[in-house]
Design a protein around this ligand. Structure first.
Ligand SMILES: C[S@@+](CC[C@H](N)C(=O)[O-])C[C@H]1O[C@@H](n2cnc3c(N)ncnc32)[C@H](O)[C@@H]1O
Length: 239
């Protein structure tokens, strides 16, 4: 039955561990008539949805898109007309290197009621799950979250002078990330860590420095999803 009063919830699923969705996110998921999810959200979470809930994988992960963004937007709009509660479940936080804001804008322009429920981003949860704080009182007072990959592969990666840098999507482009750090005069001895599949059962961490991270990541066969942390904070995680 068609309802014109559908609402779309754009929800952060958290970094991987299904316990790390918010209470608000879980409540909305339990009420969902339809869920559109991507590869980075834990499929365990879908068990909370009603049996009758339509589950659609729109499959966005590093390098693999089952559906293009325009198609996802249109599908969300279509489902908002079919159902009372549609959930768009996105890995981590829906607005951090994710296109939740774009989806929300598209739907709002078309008059759809949208609610955004933030999630725990892998940029914070990844380091923290191995005891790495991103700030340290009176010592490290700034953090930048940076993309390690740009659509235009010739575009420079950013490496600002800042307390801690956290790179997402850096695995396949690590050599350019290291070049950027060198260009911006980061010391070769700065500690780094790659955290793979944070908060999942098979998560792991590798430690290195800017001088060795490329080689160490290759040796350990680090694969996406992984976050790269750069800065003295990495040593605090070792304590
Ligand atoms: C398109 S971005 C989406 C980020 C997401 N919105 C967030 O807030 O975590 C995908 C990147 O997030 C990072 N990522 C997501 N989940 C991760 C996890 N469980 N462990 C490590 N990195 C993760 C990886 O760098 C991956 O390439």
């Amino acid at each position: 039955m068609e309802s014109k009063r559908g609402r779309v919830y754009i929800i952060g699923a958290g970094p991987g561990d299904p316990e790390l969705i918010t209470v608000g996110g879980l409540k909305a998921l339990k009420r969902a008539d339809c869920v559109l999810y991507d590869f980075l959200s834990n499929s365990e979470l879908l068990k909370h949805a009603k049996d009758s809930c339509e589950r659609i994988c729109v499959g966005k992960a590093d390098g693999l898109h089952l559906k293009e963004q325009g198609e996802i937007n249109r599908l969300l709009y279509k489902k908002s007309k079919e159902y009372r509660v549609t959930v768009r479940l996105k890995g981590g936080d829906p607005f951090i290197f994710s296109r939740g804001a774009e989806e929300a804008r598209y739907l709002k322009k078309k008059g759809v009621r949208v609610e955004v429920i933030p999630g725990i981003t892998s940029a914070i949860a990844g380091p923290e799950s191995f005891g790495i704080p991103l700030t340290v009182k009176n010592k490290i007072s700034s953090v930048a979250i940076i993309t390690g990959r740009k659509k235009d592969t010739n575009a420079e990666i950013e490496a600002p002078r800042c307390g801690t840098l956290v790179y997402l999507m850096a695995v396949g482009n690590i050599s350019n990330v290291v070049k950027a750090l060198r260009r911006n005069k980061w010391s070769e001895a700065t500690p780094c860590a790659f955290i793979e599949r944070a908060t999942r059962k098979d998560t792991r961490i590798i430690h290195a420095t800017i001088a060795t991270i490329e080689e160490e990541a290759q040796r350990a066969k680090i694969r996406p999803p992984a976050v790269l942390v750069v800065g003295e904070v990495v040593n605090y995680g070792k304590e």
